[in-house]
Write a protein that binds this ligand. Structure first.
Ligand code: SAM
Length: 287
């Protein structure tokens, strides 16, 4: 069946010979910002769709697995996260998850493109429900530069919710950036980074990310895997790095007793996400 662009949005995945398509009923928004091309569609069965530079960022229907698994594992692994930084995350879904944790006293979100947050506020208000939380600070600047200016040891958890490692996000996957992150994090601090697809990227982006994090001085690096149906291959990952603590140990009792609702994350799924498929074993040596 030919998928015509009038009724279907399709994202081909480079030279993988595979694409992901969603049936659409309307284009709601399109904007070229100084940084990216932003589109919002109404889909037939997946709610609304946010696209940046032709890549699916999120749908109303399945963004929960990503936002929950990019935030709660690291926050329940850290002993007592208070000061959290999100780099990227302009759709504000990550901010909403972080601020569900009552112990978090401050969450700064640094996205280079204010256009993304404007689009989220207009078309995904449910993701922006924590934007007015007094603990939230939204900044619109380059996260690569922002991290350089932070005082050493001043952040507990840094979540890098960026686009793929091209364009403005490319520098967010390099060793120089991770050295700046290492300096900005407290001794028990953690970074969590969206680390693409285990099945598509284990020998490229994922392997390079582990090497860059270790080269920057992180001695512990683990990768959690989980479904994101609307991302390339539907199988995604988040990589957590720290300065010494065992990252397969987390506050399971607190996770079981979490004082907030989730739709995917729980202590069992956290534990399951740390399991390592055979084809990844030589990479994921801390698990
Ligand atoms: N979950 C999505 C994914 O995995 O592709 C990412 C969602 S979020 C919309 C990605 C954000 O990263 C965008 O809003 C983009 O503006 C932001 N971004 C890209 N490069 C950046 C940089 N250097 N500093 C800060 N934000 C950046």
């Amino acid at each position: 069946m030919a998928l015509d662009g009038e009724h279907w949005f399709s994202e081909p995945f480079g030279d993988e010979g595979v694409a992901f398509s969603l049936e659409i009923t309307d284009k709601l928004h399109e904007e070229q910002t100084p940084y990216q091309h932003i589109e919002v569609y109404q889909t037939k069965r997946w709610g609304r769709l946010l696209v940046i530079d032709g890549c699916v960022m999120l749908t109303s229907r399945d963004n929960f697995t990503y936002h929950e698994m990019m935030s709660h594992p690291a926050l329940f692994t850290h002993p007592a996260p208070r000061n959290v930084l999100i780099i990227g995350g302009g759709d504000c879904g990550m901010l909403r998850e972080v601020l569900k944790h009552p112990g978090v006293k401050r969450c700064t979100q640094v996205d280079i493109d204010a256009g993304v947050t404007r689009a989220a506020e207009a078309f995904f208000p449910e993701l922006c429900s924590a934007n007015d939380d007094p603990r939230a600070e939204l900044r619109f600047e380059d996260g690569i530069q922002y991290i350089k200016d932070l005082p050493a040891g001043s952040v507990d958890v840094i979540i890098v919710d960026s686009t793929d490692p091209v364009g403005p996000a490319e520098g967010l996957f390099g060793e120089a950036f991770f050295r700046d992150v290492h300096r900005a994090l407290a001794d028990d601090g953690l970074i969590v980074q969206q680390s693409e697809s285990p099945i598509l990227h284990v020998d490229t982006i994922l392997r390079d990310l582990h090497a860059a994090m270790r080269g920057a001085g992180f001695t512990r690096v683990v990768t959690l895997q989980f479904p994101v149906c609307s991302y390339p291959s539907g199988w995604w990952s988040a990589t957590v790095a720290g300065k010494g603590a065992d990252l397969t140990a987390f506050r399971e009792a607190d996770a079981r007793a979490k004082p907030f609702a989730t739709a995917y994350y729980n202590a069992a799924m956290h534990r399951a996400a740390l399991a390592v498929p055979e084809f990844c074993r030589d990479l994921l040596t801390d698990q």
